[in-house]
Design a protein around this ligand. Sequence first.
Ligand code: GLU
Length: 280
Amino acid sequence: MTAAERATLPGARRVVVKVGSSSISGENSAKIQPIVEAIAASHARGTEIVLVSSGAIATGMPFLALDARPTDLATQQAAAAVGQNVLIYRYQAALRAFEIVAGQVLLTAGDLENPTHRSNARRAMERLLGLRILPIVNENDTVATHEIRFGDNDRLAALVAQLIGADALVLLSDIECLYTRPPGEPGARPIDAVEYGDDLSGYEFGSVVVNSVGTGGAATKVSAARLAAASGIGVLVTSADLVDEALTGAAVGTWFAPNPTPGDVASTGPVPVAVAAVEP
Ligand code: GLU
């Protein structure tokens, strides 16, 4: 059943794809190319794609002559301001061969809670998609710092998927799937699928990871996946290296089955994952 649900991905009308900083910056900056190729192939099949991409801070670091991720918020924001521009340029350079134009959309989770901002954002995204433009979304880091602090572009991606009524959300990171305990620890088993409403309290997803380039980790992915799944959006968590397999419906990653009755979000149940706050 769950393999079959993954197999519906290539036929999805609207898909949000989220990429993390470490997948597309530093020594991985060349990975933008295969990600764009997979997105372009999906776009060519008629799917409307929205890309949510982190990586502004990590991309900006060398331009500010920083070898390591800055520790103070103001310098992180400065690096993001510089890196966002370079990041979009790199995406557009890779998209050119496919004659796809990118549109930059900078949002905050708060924007999606404010009715006026929300409807403005929805209208703009609908128009971009109608024009066959690829919206590339990131957190607006000069006015919001939630992602910098909590690695929550995963959450932003789930909120964007809800906003535009996406059929599926693909969360890409550097691991192939989620595990029942941190991978490498004894007894860690890969999770193939999570049925809607499954109790995950026996699993250990760890807290938010802060590495040299970005923030995130399994816990933010699980929270975001459950948020989107509650609204009827199927979610696939896998590695950026498997983006093409993900978008063509291969049996990869961890699949979160969507709520079959999404009007009834009250039945979601608790999200059994504590996302610990980590000071950058
Ligand atoms: N939105 C920021 C970025 O794209 C923050 C990501 C992070 O915490 O590294 O770089």
